[in-house]
Design a binder for this molecule. Structure first.
Ligand code: BTN
Length: 242
């Protein structure tokens, strides 16, 4: 895949810039990278801590021939891409894992997040934007308490600074390889790195909280939870505690 990398010093969110360019007809492979985001966002309306000059914030514009019910595959590919990239930096694969649905953890702390936003025309996917936030050299001293408690960065884990351009190059190469495997499903690889299965979970799905043991991920990305009553419930949402 050919990448057209566009760099910006400050944006609200790379998702916004990528969407504007997508609406203007930009082709697949466009990559919006920002040094800072003033309104970086995550799933379920969360903010993404995006201080200047420390981390990678990027959005990739994709136009895959993917059934709308398979849109979650882009999130899976995004998470796997981060693992592929980070595991090149002499790290044990056991230190890295994916927390359903879109979190990449390093030593049990959140290193990166993936956000997919999509646009559909009739029942066809027009484009998907894959956003990746990767804590490279992030310093969390000024971060909100919730972020300080849960997050980590490559700098923190390795005790040294990383060149963000090198990480970006590797990330894009890893993405190209993963994306090139479509239309094959990424689900088996994704599940292979998932820390969530077999664990007790509280899955917050809209207004509903489903408690039980996470047993499976459906092809469309839904988490299947076995409740204490022995019922299997498949839902999307947020695993709020384990
Ligand atoms: C999450 O963990 O909920 C997903 C976080 C995704 C953050 C990235 S940073 C680049 C892109 N721009 C955004 O505003 N969000 C994504």
């Amino acid at each position: 895949m050919q990448f057209d990398v566009r760099r910006f010093p400050v944006v609200t969110s790379t998702m916004d810039v990528a969407r504007d360019l997508a609406e203007q007809g930009a082709p697949e492979g466009l990559v919006v990278v920002a040094d800072e985001q003033t309104a970086g966002r995550g799933r379920v309306g969360r903010a993404w801590y995006s201080p200047p000059g420390q981390s990678l914030y990027l959005s990739l514009l994709l136009r895959p021939a993917l059934h709308p019910r398979r849109i979650s595959w882009l999130t899976m590919i995004g998470a796997l891409t981060i693992l592929d990239c980070i595991s090149q930096f002499s790290i044990l694969s056991s230190q890295l894992s994916i927390k359903w649905f879109n979190d990449v953890s390093l030593n049990g702390r959140k290193l990166a997040g993936v956000l997919v936003e999509a646009s559909f025309v009739a029942d066809r996917l027009d484009y998907g934007i894959l956003g990746i936030g990767l804590n490279v050299n992030t310093r969390f001293a000024d971060a909100p308490e919730e972020v300080r408690r849960r997050a980590t960065s490559l700098r923190e884990a390795f005790g040294r600074e990383f060149d963000r351009d090198v990480v970006l190059d590797r990330l894009l190469a890893a993405f190209g390889a993963r994306y090139g495997r479509l239309p094959a499903s990424p689900l088996a690889d994704y599940v292979g790195h998932l820390e969530t299965l077999g664990r007790p979970v509280r899955l917050c799905a809209g207004d509903e909280i489903i408690e039980g043991t996470a047993v499976r991920v459906e092809e469309d990305g839904a988490l299947v939870v076995m409740t204490a009553a022995g019922e299997r419930v498949a839902a999307f949402g947020e695993v709020v505690s384990e």
